[in-house]
Design a binder for this molecule. Sequence first.
Ligand SMILES: Cc1ncc(COP(=O)(O)O)c(C=O)c1O
Length: 465
Amino acid sequence: MILPFELDRSQTAPIYRQLYQRFRESIADGRLRPGDRVPAVRALAAELNLARGTVEAAYQLLIGEGYLTARGAAGTIVTPQLTPVGAPTQRAPVAPTTYQATHAGTSPLALQMGLPALDAFPRKLWTRLAGRQLRQAGVEGLVYPDARGHAPLRAAIASYLGISRGISCHPEQIFVCAGYRACLDLISHTLMGPGATCWLEEPGYFMARNALLEAGAQLVPVPVDDQGLDVAQGIARAPEAGFAVVTPTHQSPLGVSLSLPRRLALLDWANRQGSWIIEDDYDSEYRYQGKPLPALKSLDQQGRVLYTGTFSKVLFPGLRLAYLVVPAEQTPAFARQADRLHNHCPHLQQATVAAFLNEGHFARHLNKMRGLYARRRQWLVEALHQALGEHLQIDPQAGGMHVVAGLGDDVQIAQRARGEGIAVEPLSQWYLGDGIRQGLVMGFTNVLSAEQAASVALRLGRVIG
Ligand SMILES: Cc1ncc(COP(=O)(O)O)c(C=O)c1O
């Protein structure tokens, strides 16, 4: 209902007159537009708890003055030829939004990182599956969903993780959350006391940094080298930290993998210390050279790893679906917090993802994307070398969805590039402390052709100057 008002029975103006006035205001300020249908008399009277005669009197006045047109059985509409007249309502102007949103919900820019190939998502198939879920869902599709996640989706994730990531877990250990950030919130509410000390990869993912700071954690940046997180440095800097957040498969953003000795050292530290490792396995499915690496969680004998995965990279981020796997002994505590946070994800989305996994579409989609991303990555790397010279240093990365090129003045370049519609990210901004490296982080997943790669690389070359 478009009329956001309360009728004021204490006013001297009769109710039908107030109603008439509110319709006029709504028409004048454009909330009701020419051709819009207005509610039937009976429906509006019931909604506002008024006598039908009162609503009828207001409508008659509006029809008499030409604001509304009655069309018999076809209902009453705002007169199509009407140009709004009368004084527009004085409203406080809405202040323009001045902050820069992380995600503005707009079409992606060239080289924007973090997105899967949006042109290659099987929309038709998705629509069919979602339609079927809608038709087949019984009352459980309509009630409040289980705060831990839709049971068939939790089962499908458990079986996917067992086969593809070497993680053996029961569906009860899985919690479906609205994105990675919500996984972190669930962890911090369940396990983090005030002022908990937490290792964070340096450089590392800003979303994790912000979520943990907001949770009141003390962050200790731990450097990353060509073997991933430097565990010895972590132990030297904060031996008694309660948490370590890591991206072992493809470090975010450098793309290196955590070596086996480091994995073992990290687990050994967590076991001895009774600390928690938060494994962020955000894009592990994409690897273009060598064998896929099992998750760190697959080596976790003593239940110290809290594993997170997301559907943002393998399906699409608009879904807002991620998941957290917790050690079996922790499931009651996490279930209680999940219920408190009320972090429900829509049933339809969860049921559609479950069908996508269970019917084999997921594995096919991933396979297709691996081939596509390998090509797109190569197009971009070749084009960058062509436009910026063979000396441009691009980090060798075996997988992931972005490349990192070493370049100075990265903040300035990224700012100028944005003005040209290119969304490269400055590497230096992923650091919390010192040891800052400069470079550009670039997504290649939406580079549609070698020609497009060449053209964007030329434009970037002009920006760099
Ligand atoms: C390092 C890292 N972790 C996790 C995620 C997933 O976040 P979400 O599930 O909120 O989309 C991303 C997405 O960009 C990421 O870059």
